[in-house]
Structures are given as C-alpha cells and as structure tokens.
Design a protein around this ligand. Structure first.
Ligand code: SR1
Length: 322
C-alpha cells in the first residue's frame, strides 16, 4: 500500500533525533519492544538514541535529564517510576520537547501516555484461570508494586478475588531485576513447598511466568498446578508448548508492535500532528492448546494467526505505508 502523503521535509535528511529512555532492557519483552522501535525508526528515517537505566531509577532519571539537555526532537520514556521520571518530564515539556511515556504516568496531559490494556490483560488471563479452576482454590500470586502495568493488573486481580470468594491467595512473591525468572523460580519453589494446596499461579509478566514454570517443573507438580501469565515471545511459546508445561495461558500484545507505536507517536509529534493523549494497545488471549493445535512456534507465526496483534491504526503515520 503506497503512503497517502509525502514525508514532512524535517524527516528527509535523517536528522530527526528521538531519545528512547528506558528503565529496563533485559528480558524477552524489552528486547522485542526495542527491535520493533528500531525497525519503525528505520522506516521513518529517524535516529533513535537509546539509553537504559538497567533497573537503576536514578540512572534512568539522569539519562532523561541528558536527553532534555541535548534537545532531542522527541523523547520516549519507557517504564520507570513516576517520582523519578516526572521532574525531568516537566523540564522536557517546558522545553517544548514532545514526549511519549510508555508504561509510566508522565504526570502531565501534554505528554502522550501509551499503555497496553493492562486491565484486559489480567482479565483475559484470569478468565482462563477461572474456567480451569471453576473459580475456587488456592492461588500463588506474583507481583511487584510500583510498575504501572503491574499495578493496573493488580487492580484487576484484587477485584477478581472479591468477585470470586472461592479463590484464596495463599502467598504473594515477586522480584524484578536483571535475572527475574530465576529469582522468581527460587521464591516460587519455597512458596509452593510451604503451600502444598496451590493449584494455580497468576504470574502476569512473562519473566514471572517463566520462573513459576521452572519451579513447578522442578518440583514435579506440572500435573497439579497451572500457570496463567502475561506477555509472549518466541522463547515463551517454546516454554508453553513443551511437553508437560504448566503454563497454559498468557494474555499478550506483540511487544515489537508496541515499540513501533511508541516511535510512530513520537514522530507524529515531531511533525506537529495531532496524537491522542492516551494510546492503548489491546492484547489477545493465547492458550497452550491454541498454540499446540495451530503448531505455532514463533511470534511471527502468532501474529499471522492473530492479526489484531498488529495495530497500524494506533498512531498511524500518513507518510509511511502500513
Ligand atoms: C516490570 S513491568 C513488566 C511489564 O511491562 C510491560 O508492560 C510488559 O507487558 C511486562 O509484563
């Protein structure tokens, strides 16, 4: 499909600079997201200057201050804690630098807030959990407070427990660091040994779900405990579909698509075009059975099976073919 309009002159020389200021960069989700952002930057002929706090919020705040000082044409803030990024976001807005905030509250209506539909992510995974458990039983929950997407999924979990009094959260575990899956696996093993009645684990982040799956398999409990997660990657699909896997459902967007949306929104702002101040990318429910039945082994195959995972109309750029 040919683009409807010519690119604005600003984009012709390849000199538009967009700073991507990340809190986290390790793990399947963040790697796929970056690959999508870089592919979109290439398609738009913009320079994407990437920094990561590597989980250190002060480092991310400093990187953000530097992007403002360097007068980037636009800034994308990817995750982070509101209290550490909002002061520099204010400075970006004061300096009239367009800003897109993904998965962190920018604290200003002048920035574009991009999210996945986290309530729907939790609803879809919990719908599968409810269907499998009949709405009752002991559940292990994996959560770390302070990350906006996890906090939104937690709101849905809290409501789910109220609506389903037969569901009992017997333990809560969780850690986010550069080796989240193995840290969660250790915690999950201890929690499952202390709570032998657990029949489901709600782990709404793929690193959590991978860790939980490792623990369940190592304890030999895969026939008794099922895992309901969030996110997807080719590696996750491998874990979900391997023989005897306890990870039976995940609700996910295509992270590369979300990275693409963030860069498109930033480019539109650079071009002075209108962008909705709240952009939301919807997820799809992906089940172990569905993956196995359709013999899906990669995210590429998954996006062909679920065309709704690609969202060209969210922050569509009129001068690039969809
Ligand atoms: C630590 S926050 C992890 C989440 O960020 C993104 O929203 C992904 O969906 C992931 O679950």
């Amino acid at each position: 499909v040919a683009p409807a309009v010519a690119p604005p002159a600003t984009f012709a020389g390849g000199n538009v600079r967009i700073s991507l200021v990340r809190q986290l960069s390790s793990g399947d989700y963040f790697e796929q997201w970056l690959a999508g952002a870089q592919a979109e930057a290439k398609a738009l002929n913009v320079r994407l200057e990437v920094s990561s706090g590597d989980g250190n919020n002060d480092k991310q705040a400093l990187n953000l201050e530097q992007a403002v000082t360097a007068k980037s044409d636009a800034i994308i803030v990817d995750h982070g804690f509101a209290q550490t990024v909002q002061p520099a976001i204010k400075k970006a807005v004061a300096a009239r630098i367009p800003l897109v905030a993904f998965d962190v509250d920018p604290g200003t209506p002048q920035a574009v807030a991009l999210t996945q539909d986290d309530h729907q992510i939790a609803e879809q995974a919990l719908g599968a959990l409810k269907a499998d458990t009949g709405g009752s039983g002991e559940v292990l929950y994996v959560y770390v407070a302070g990350f906006a997407p996890l906090d939104r999924r937690d709101e849905t979990w809290e409501q789910f427990k109220k609506d389903n009094p037969g569901i009992e959260q017997v333990a809560r575990i969780g850690v986010v660091n550069s080796s989240t899956a193995s840290a969660v696996a250790d915690q999950a093993k201890a929690a499952l040994q202390a709570n032998p009645g657990v029949k489901a684990i709600f782990a709404p982040y793929d690193e959590f779900a991978k860790g939980a799956a490792l623990a369940v398999k190592e304890l030999g409990l895969a026939d008794k405990i099922k895992i309901y997660g969030a996110d997807v990657s080719t590696a996750d699909i491998g874990v979900m579909t391997e023989a005897g896997s306890p990870w039976v459902a995940t609700s996910a967007t295509d992270p590369a698509n979300v990275g693409r949306v963030a860069v498109r929104a930033a480019a539109l702002l650079v071009a002075g075009q209108d962008v909705d101040r709240a952009l939301t990318v919807p997820p799809a429910l992906i089940t172990q059975k569905g993956l196995r039945d359709a013999a899906i082994t990669s995210v590429e195959q998954l996006t062909r099976a679920f065309p709704s995972l690609t969202t060209p109309d969210v922050a569509r750029v009129p001068w690039v073919a969809p």
